[in-house]
Design a binder for this molecule. Structure first.
Ligand code: CO
Length: 165
């Protein structure tokens, strides 16, 4: 099922999302099953549960953002990141442009860490520790911000209105 996207200024986007206690619960698995195609159909490369109205520590992220069209064809494959914590990060940062499905028609330049090490659980309840870098690290930071009630417009410089996105 394709879910509706919650947009700014809906207050759910500003709440700290709750930890998922029972990852195997049918309602959590169904939410993940719906979030993945929703991300692709809305042309996103990451999607956090508060963006579909669920204040839970769940985000789905495209496995390779450079292959969006290929992943969109099946719209079934994503990295499922539950209860994530950034446990290490680079000292160096970089600046790049971001947008967000919950803040349509806006892009902005944001400073992010070059790499982050993230501890999280997958949808099977397995714990992972993963170091991601460059744009993937940016996607993780953007999505984890959502789970803490932060939007990219809070951090962005040079906010621009755009027609697409
Ligand atoms: Co977003």
């Amino acid at each position: 099922m394709i879910l509706d996207i919650v947009t700014h200024p809906n207050p759910i986007l500003r709440k700290k999302a709750q930890n998922v206690a029972d990852i195997s619960h049918a309602s959590i698995q169904k939410l993940i099953d719906d979030m993945i195609p929703t991300m692709y159909m809305k042309d996103g490369i990451g999607l956090a549960a508060p963006q579909v109205g669920e204040s839970l520590q769940i985000t789905v992220i495209i496995p390779d953002h450079t292959k969006f069209e290929e992943y969109k064809k099946n719209a079934s494959e994503a990295l499922v990141v539950i209860n994530p914590k950034i446990i290490r990060h680079s000292l160096l940062t970089n600046k790049d442009q971001e947008g967000c499905l919950s803040v349509p028609h806006v892009v902005g330049t944001i400073k992010r860490w070059n790499w982050v090490t993230v501890a999280f659980f997958d949808r099977h309840g397995q714990k992972h520790k993963m170091r991601v870098k460059d744009y993937v690290a940016r996607i993780f930071q953007h999505e984890i911000d959502h789970l803490n009630g932060t939007l990219f417009i809070d951090k962005a410089k040079n906010i621009l209105q755009v027609k697409e996105l």
